[in-house]
Design a protein around this ligand. Structure first.
Ligand SMILES: Cc1cc2nc3c(=O)[nH]c(=O)nc-3n(C[C@H](O)[C@H](O)[C@H](O)COP(=O)(O)O)c2cc1C
Length: 212
């Protein structure tokens, strides 16, 4: 069945949500969730994230030329969702119940509660329609001890990402669909509305995502 091309996103499998942590020139932390991202080069290791230029994250990345990616687990469901909706707070970590940890190579804090933290230096960007594709060069990666084999290889199958379906709906690797709670206080002005209804097509996407 043909669908409206405006709904292309909803014909693609859900991707793992990440938290991007940045710190501006006045030392104010910012955390926000992103799902349009991927590793795009192995040597050097590069990660691309598609970010709206109206976000604080975009502005701070351009200002500081760095960012840290945290990969959250299902236990961080509400923090992931609510981080998109906070007013610009001076203590976004505190509001979200997260802990800032000193990074090793840059200044954007790592997130203690994330299973993986990846420090990136801004490398370049490409305008992509209403988003900008930000390319970050990985300068440090910190993973939980239990994710690493004796031979230093990360056990990818032990990662427990939270893939974003749409709106407040996420799905775990086991196929459990979770619904995040909205923040108790008002949201960001101009925040993205994630209000697309779930249809059977999303479930087909989920099946593709977790098929070998
Ligand atoms: C799970 C989830 C995934 C998101 N993915 C993206 C994304 O890939 N790119 C983007 O520009 N915005 C994305 N958003 C919306 C941003 O998180 C939102 O605009 C947020 O308010 C940006 O925060 P900031 O202004 O503090 O950077 C996503 C939101 C959620 C809840």
């Amino acid at each position: 069945m043909q669908i409206d091309i405006a709904r292309t996103l909803y014909a693609t499998p859900p991707t793992a949500a990440i938290l991007i942590s940045t710190i501006d020139k006045n030392n104010r932390n910012n955390i926000a969730p992103f799902a349009w991202w991927n590793v795009v080069s192995k040597d050097p290791p590069l990660i691309a994230v598609s970010i709206k230029p109206t976000t604080h994250t975009y502005r701070i990345i351009k200002e500081k030329a760095e960012f840290t990616i945290g990969i959250p687990e299902p236990g961080l469901l509400d923090a992931v969702y609510q981080s998109a909706q906070l007013d610009r707070e001076s203590d976004e970590f505190g509001k979200l119940g997260l802990t800032a940890v000193s990074p090793s190579k840059i200044t954007s804090p790592k997130i203690k509660e994330c299973q993986v933290n990846i420090e990136c230096r801004f490398r370049n960007e490409f305008e992509c329609g209403d988003h900008f594709l930000i390319i970050g060069e990985v300068v440090a990666v910190d993973v939980r001890d239990e994710l690493v084999h004796e031979d230093d290889a990360v056990m990818r199958n032990n990662l427990t990402p939270l893939a974003h379906i749409t709106g407040n709906k996420f799905i775990t690797m086991e196929g459990t669909i979770l619904e995040a709670s909205a923040p108790q206080t008002g949201g960001k002005s101009g925040k993205e509305k994630h209000d697309e209804p779930i249809t059977h097509r999303h479930y087909y996407s989920i099946i593709f995502l977790f098929s070998p």
